[in-house]
Design a protein around this ligand. Structure first.
Ligand code: NAD
Length: 551
């Protein structure tokens, strides 16, 4: 039972305040035997030991649905973590109504008051809630301790802190005042509600999508991926603990098409904040088009979608650096990062050394339960993903050369071994399609064909999310950076194409990879504001005649 909430009088303090200067949250190491590791192990045991019931959460009240589904551990698919109640179309409508009702009080709070809630949430996550939230991510998403820490703790803390900082900077962008006029820009929230539809693979993204618009004064319906519901539910509890008022973020779990249809049909839809596959995003965008005549305002559509991320190596590159980038960039979190290295272009002169090193390192990679600190990889998210990825393994066996792996085991968890493949055809499906699993494909080019290979990189896949050039030759770096300007929204030089840090490498891509609004940046926050220009005339004229009319 929540405590009764006070209603603000809409007052605020008279001050131009400064928000705390954000720093990136330091990453904990979780060395076996350390106090942090022991605390994390205890949190994992607690999460594994409970089976929670997750309701729809509308207007501060838990609502049960007629339909339920279970969330299981991907690395132990017989182990149920939660039972989730789906919101039906009627519940979604109540959530929309409730959000619109909550909007005036939320918008009457000053920016500082709203920001204070999210800054407190960041501190709760950095401190007392850290292990619990990391443990939900380890068991719910099958992330190792390190992968959970950089996502559910550090990146999410960074989003919460940096968004406040960037929002405050935007507020300071004001027009000039000339003559007798005083001009101001009022950064209004959007009129209506924002629908946040979030993916399974990053809890940081799942929480950023509803909280970024909420910080700017919007009310939000949050539809997480069903496989991420355990982390989403615990994070909603954290946000409530931090003081988020009821109704501002309404949690509506369920099947995407049911939620999507109910929200898209509302005249009050003001925006969609989406991360997920390109296909789902297109469905939502088309749905907006079909409903366009209903809306009171043109909805803002922001979507970060799929990727087919590349590493291209110049003959001057270092084979050991390349191999390390392929192992980390391609296989961490089982290749289920939108930024995961998935197609590799190697010169003939380096192929032998890189192949040898990658295969030798993959032989040392252990795949298994996330609780065992020896494991570098764990399971893929669910049976559907397992079927899809093993389908690509089969395709590799039929039509390419499997250099390493190609095996999988579904008996206890959805485990797929790291798989390294070589194709002769640079336009092979394995070089074009997003696999979203631990299958990395390489194409070997003649050393003299580096420039032509850059054109191949640019034209082979419909995506343009991340990419990397490895080279010790500066001219080659410059050539790649220029020729691949539109091929990736995040471009790396001598580094793996994963691991973007909030405030350092704003993240997002164009073409089939999304609208490139860069989550965790001022550009993204701008999409959740509708600026109003206000002009006040300090000396209003009293004569309608202009001087040129004078006789
Ligand atoms: P998905 O598209 O299957 O699902 C994303 C969300 O959309 C889920 O909440 C799902 O329930 C919902 N959904 C599905 N159909 C819907 C519909 N018709 N209407 C409304 N909602 C619907 O994606 P996923 O498997 O959860 O995530 C993996 C994908 O996300 C990959 O393609 C990956 O590249 C992409 N991704 C991109 C980024 C980025 O920043 N570009 C980041 C993370 C993930």
């Amino acid at each position: 039972m929540s405590a009764p909430r006070a209603t603000s009088l809409g007052g605020m303090i008279d001050a131009i305040t400064q928000v705390p200067t954000p720093e990136n949250e330091p990453v904990k190491a979780y060395v076996p035997g350390s106090d942090d590791r022991k605390a994390l192990d205890a949190a994992c045991e607690a999460i594994a030991g409970e089976k929670i019931v997750i309701p729809t959460f509308v207007n501060g009240l838990a609502v049960k649905g007629e339909k339920t589904s279970t969330v299981t551990m991907p690395h132990d698919h017989g182990h149920v973590l939660a039972e989730v109640h789906h919101a039906n179309a009627g519940t979604v409508q109540s959530a929309i109504d409730g959000a619109l009702k909550a909007a005036p009080a939320w918008q009457a709070l000053s920016f500082d008051d709203r920001a204070g809630i999210f800054l407190r949430a960041a501190e709760l996550l950095a401190g007392p809630w850290r292990m619990r939230i990391n443990a939900t991510c380890m068991h719910g998403q099958s992330k190792t301790a390190h992968q959970a820490e950089i996502d559910a703790a550090c990146e999410l803390i960074d989003f919460l802190r940096f968004n406040v900082h960037f929002a405050r900077q935007l507020h300071q962008v004001q027009p000039k005042s000339a003559g007798t006029s005083w001009n101001q820009t009022d950064y209004r929230p959007l009129e209506g509600f924002v629908l946040a539809v979030t993916p399974f693979n990053f809890l940081a993204i799942a929480v950023n999508l509803p909280t970024a618009p909420a910080l700017m004064g919007n009310v939000v319906l949050w539809k997480p991926a069903m496989t991420s519901m355990v982390g989403a539910w615990h994070m909603l509890e954290l946000l409530r603990e931090a003081g988020l008022p009821d109704g501002v973020i309404q949690l509506v779990p369920g099947d995407g098409p049911v939620q999507g249809e109910a929200c898209l049909a509302s005249e009050h839809l003001a925006g969609i904040h989406f991360t997920g596959s390109t296909g789902t995003f297109k469905t939502l965008w088309k749905g907006v088009g079909e409903n366009l005549d209903r809306y009171r305002t043109f909805p803002r559509i922001v979507g970060e979608t799929g990727g087919k991320d590349f590493i291209v190596a110049h003959p001057s590159a270092d084979a050991d650096q390349l191999a390390t980038a392929i192992v980390r960039g391609g296989y961490e979190f089982q290749g289920q990062k939108c930024s995961a290295a998935s197609r590799i272009y190697l010169p003939q002169s380096l192929f032998g050394a890189v192949r040898e090193r990658v295969c030798a390192e993959l032989a040392k990679v252990k795949v298994g339960d996330v609780r065992d600190p020896a494991n570098f990889m764990s399971a893929v998210i669910d049976e559907r993903a397992f079927e899809k990825i093993t389908g690509y393994q089969a395709l590799a066996k039929e039509s390419a050369e499997v250099l390493y792996g190609g095996t999988a085991d579904r008996s206890k968890g959805w485990f797929i071994d790291p798989t390294f493949v070589k194709v002769d055809d640079p336009k092979h499906r394995l070089m074009q399609e997003e696999i979203f699993g631990p299958v990395v494909t390489t194409y070997v080019y003649e050393d003299a064909a580096f420039e032509a290979t850059l054109d191949l990189v640019d034209s082979t896949s419909p995506y343009a999310l991340t990419g990397a050039i490895f080279s010790r030759d500066r001219q080659a770096v410059d050539l790649a950076r220029t020729r691949l300007r539109q091929a990736a929204g995040n471009f790396y030089i001598n580094d793996k194409p994963t691991g973007a840090v909030v405030g350092q490498q704003p993240f997002g891509g164009a073409r089939g990879s999304g609208t490139n609004d860069k989550a965790g940046s001022a550009w993204n926050l701008l999409r959740w504001m509708s600026p109003r220009s206000i002009k006040e005339n300090l000396v209003p004229p009293t004569d309608w005649r202009y001087p040129f009319l004078a006789q």
